[in-house]
Design a protein around this ligand. Structure first.
Ligand SMILES: [Cu+2]
Length: 511
């Protein structure tokens, strides 16, 4: 057997468990329920070349705990959403509908699509009752990506309400591999989130607000508290998303059962990696294969985060499965950077309200950097926040899939051999990335502790198509958004509370 890694790789003193404001997970008191499996979203129409979907942001109520239903938001669902499948090469059309009472945006986290409108960041609001149509054709490796709301500075609150769902990019290569492919049976999404339930089983974002990231003591997996899954195959493929606003998940199974990671955020890994422990930072994805060959009907295998059980896998009769993973999963083609190109430096600093990128808070109207389309460049991303042990900032770039080249000059972690779009950066660390954008547009890059991005730990880059070097984009501004949110809520703009605004005001800065 190949090497089995048994550590979390990240710096232990920076784990969120050491935060002053850390909210530990609690063992769920609610009765066990079957794990909710988000249904696959049915296309409106499909031809040999084109695929049409409608995605609706909507409010609803969800029976999460016994008793009162919880008021939640979702995509084509009362909470979270339906899972969307995007085959590479097909021309995809998505009709976006906003049935909420406030504006939202539809951000495709991990998709290589043009910015800033199709990408769906803050520049692409869809107002209540309105619709928008986008279309794109993907040319990227198969991956587990996701859709979430991204309206500044209310991304964190909207995701907290439930606006997050998976989008699976598929291609012929991944479909040809001997992997579990039966969605809902042996190919299982696990969206990891945490919430605090207040009176009447409701969520209260403002009551729980923390500028370093909102947490709750109750783990929700695909929106299910205390879930179990009935295992009917020897092997499971788990597509895990850290969909929490702030929480890190340190995952391990009972019996320290080893599992094999096959994919990260944006592609398969170059080679499978066998682990007993896996830490995920916000917005990261991991696909792992779990082999239950040593278990029998009636056994239960438990998935833990730290020492709290979060999912029970109840083992049933299964047929023997002796398939083996290929030693090489993906031929990772690293783009060649121009040696004359300077290394881009990006500094993530601060904590609480003081968070910033390169000493500045985000401004929607300001372009912080430019890069030529198709040209690979090294980015050195540094986390200077080392006070009290510091914290890991998960750094995300829209519109690209990058490679992790090094961490403080050393090799990246063994499970960072594929393409990624989010990377956890330890305090005092510089992570070198190799970044190439293949499409033009304006793209945001930011910390994915969502309260940090709302609080201004975000910047934007314009990717320039040499064929259209002077192209400009209409960029949203905070005044327009604040007035729209206030009008939608029927209040004066000065009475509006939105999480990120506090961080600007406490620092005496204008958004
Ligand atoms: Cu951060």
């Amino acid at each position: 057997m190949s090497k089995v890694y048994s550590d979390y790789f990240f710096d232990e003193p920076a784990f969120n468990t050491h935060d002053g404001g850390y909210v530990p997970l609690e063992v769920a008191a609610a009765p066990a329920r079957p794990l909710a499996i988000p249904p696959l979203l049915k296309p409106d129409k499909e031809t040999a070349t084109d695929l049409y979907y409608t995605v609706t942001a909507q409010a609803g109520e969800t029976q999460i705990l016994p008793g009162a239903k919880t008021k939640t938001w979702g995509y084509n669902a009362s909470v979270l959403g339906q899972t969307i499948v995007f085959p590479v090469g097909k021309h995809i059309h998505v009709h976006l509908q906003n049935h909420l009472k406030e504006l939202t945006t539809f951000h495709w986290h991990g998709l290589a699509v043009t910015g800033p409108y199709v990408d769906g960041g803050c520049h692409a609001p869809v107002y209540p009752g309105e619709t928008s149509d986008i279309d794109f054709t993907l040319d990227q490796p198969a991956a587990t990506t996701w859709l979430h709301a991204h309206p500044c500075p209310s991304t964190a609150e909207q995701v907290w309400h439930g606006l997050a769902t998976l989008a699976l990019v598929t291609d012929d290569h991944i479909n040809s591999l001997p992997l579990p492919h039966d969605y809902g049976v042996n190919d299982i999404p696990l969206v990891l989130q945490d919430r605090r339930f207040h009176e009447n089983n409701q969520w209260d974002y403002r009551a729980d607000y923390d500028p370093d990231g909102v947490q709750g003591p109750t783990a929700l997996i695909n929106g299910t508290v205390n879930p179990y899954f009935d295992v009917t195959t020897q092997k499971l493929r788990l597509r895990i998303l850290d969909g929490a606003n702030r929480r890190e998940w340190r995952l391990h199974f009972s019996d320290d059962l080893p599992f094999t990671q096959i994919a990260g955020d944006s592609s398969l890994l170059a080679h499978p990696v066998t682990l007993t422990h896996l830490m995920m930072t916000c917005a990261e994805r991991a696909e792992v294969i779990v082999d239950f060959k040593d278990y029998k009907e009636g056994d239960t295998v438990t998935l833990f985060s730290d020492d709290v059980p979060i999912v029970s896998f109840r083992i049933h009769v299964f047929a023997p499965d002796d398939t083996t993973l290929p030693a090489d999963l993906l031929d990772v083609q690293a783009p060649l950077p121009d040696p004359a190109m300077p290394v881009r430096k990006v500094v993530m600093s601060g904590m609480d309200e003081a968070v910033a990128i390169d000493g500045k808070k985000f401004n929607m109207q300001r372009i912080d950097a430019t890069q030529q389309m198709g040209q690979a460049q090294y980015w050195d991303v540094t986390n200077t926040n080392t006070m009290h042990g510091g914290m890991v900032h998960p750094f995300h770039v829209h519109g690209t899939q990058f490679l992790v080249v090094s961490r403080n000059g050393h090799a990246p972690y063994p499970n960072e051999t594929g393409f990624k779009d989010t990377v956890g950066v330890n305090p005092g660390e510089t992570v070198r990335l190799l970044v190439r954008f293949d499409l033009p547009g304006v793209y945001m890059y930011h910390c994915h502790i969502i309260e940090h991005e709302d609080g201004g730990m975000m910047a934007q880059i314009q990717v320039i198509d040499p064929a259209e070097p002077n192209k400009t984009y209409k960029l949203m501004d905070m005044d327009t958004l604040v007035h729209a949110f206030a009008e939608e809520r029927g209040i004066k703009p000065e009475d509006l509370w939105m999480a990120g605004m506090d961080s600007y005001m406490k620092m005496g800065m204008k958004m």
